[in-house]
Design a protein around this ligand. Structure first.
Ligand code: DGY
Length: 323
């Protein structure tokens, strides 16, 4: 009797022409309706699977992992992997992979776009115009803050943080950063970036951008106390994970004028956005589209497919798991 092929679960309709490559190696099971991705639907899908290709939308917790006896690999389409219970996966020697590098430049582009939009009040100005409130060139209307000549603070100086620093040099910005560990001197020189402690970063940044991974240590690291240390003229941009910012404290800082403006692409309770944030005019809000260029989303899926093939050890064309 022919040996049955490994079974892999593909959690979302991604790019069919890329996902197609899995069919050469595995029996592919799809659950096309994203709305079905509740905990029990995920557990059911994983129970029979040898591997899975999932996105940030699927939270894979310890219960589902414990209940998936054959599971050997999860390929996450995304650089962040806080949707996976890594400890539970490691305890079972289940390989988890992500898709770094391919999204670095696209996400850095978008972080810069959001920061500029917050500084120059782009979406606020557009809402003003669309609401018919523009009655002629207004000398003092909707005045924003400059990027050029200002100090950019980067919290998290990994690949994307470095991509942002690279862009900042074209805008003649002074770049300061804070990171778990200080970068080697030659890398600091390359990005023209100076290491400072967290308090100095908050106090000196005209524009602060968050690009660090989410973990217990970074949960609400930008809280009321941190916001109180920032300049009242500053902007805050978050393209990392929503849980890094205490959203209630941010809404207070924006409404009281403690902070000039903010831009968020990520939210603690995605896809729900705290109504206190929605109520603020001086904030740019986007639905987690940092890596969302067509080319990059395709590259992320292609890498995740390679990772899954390699991790399950299927065939001579297997790629290499990224982690
Ligand atoms: C990621 O890959 O973690 C990004 O947040 C997707 O935009």
């Amino acid at each position: 009797m022919a040996e049955s092929r490994p079974k892999v679960w593909v959690s979302q309709p991604l790019f069919d022409d890329i996902v197609e490559r899995l069919h050469a190696h595995f029996d592919v099971v799809r659950v096309p309706d994203v709305s079905e991705h509740d905990a029990s639907a995920i557990a059911n899908a994983l129970r029979e699977a040898d591997g899975a290709l999932v996105t940030l939308n699927e939270r894979i917790g310890s219960d589902a992992i414990a209940d998936a006896p054959k599971l050997r690999a999860i390929a996450n389409v995304g650089v962040g992997y806080n949707n996976l219970d890594i400890d539970a996966l490691q305890a079972r020697d289940i390989v988890a992979t992500n898709t770094p590098d391919v999204l670095t430049e696209t996400t850095a582009d978008f972080g810069f776009a959001l920061m500029m939009a917050a500084a120059r009040r782009v979406t606020e100005a557009e809402r003003h115009l669309r609401a018919g409130q523009w009655h002629g060139w207004n000398f003092k209307g909707l005045l924003g803050a400059d990027l050029h000549g200002s100090t950019l603070g980067i919290l998290g100086m990994g690949r994307i943080g470095q991509g942002i620093a690279k862009r900042a040099s074209g805008f003649d910005m002074r770049v300061i950063y804070h990171n778990r560990s200080r970068l080697p001197a030659d890398v600091e020189r390359e990005f023209n970036a100076s290491y400072v402690d967290f308090g100095t970063l908050l106090a000196q940044a005209d524009h602060l951008i968050l690009v660090l991974p989410y973990s217990a240590a970074s949960h609400h690291i930008v809280d009321a106390a941190a916001l109180a240390k920032m300049k009242p003229t500053a902007t805050l941009t978050n393209i990392a994970r929503g849980g890094i910012v205490d959203e209630a404290a941010l809404a207070d800082a924006l409404s009281s004028g403690r902070l000039a403006s903010a831009a968020l692409d990520v939210f603690e309770g995605e896809p729900t956005v705290d109504p206190r944030l929605l109520a603020q005019g001086n904030i740019v809000l986007t639905p987690h589209i940092g890596s969302g260029s067509l080319a990059t989303r395709r590259a992320m899926v292609a890498l995740a497919v390679d990772n899954l093939i390699a991790a399950l050890g299927a065939g001579p064309d297997a790629g290499h798991p990224s982690s």
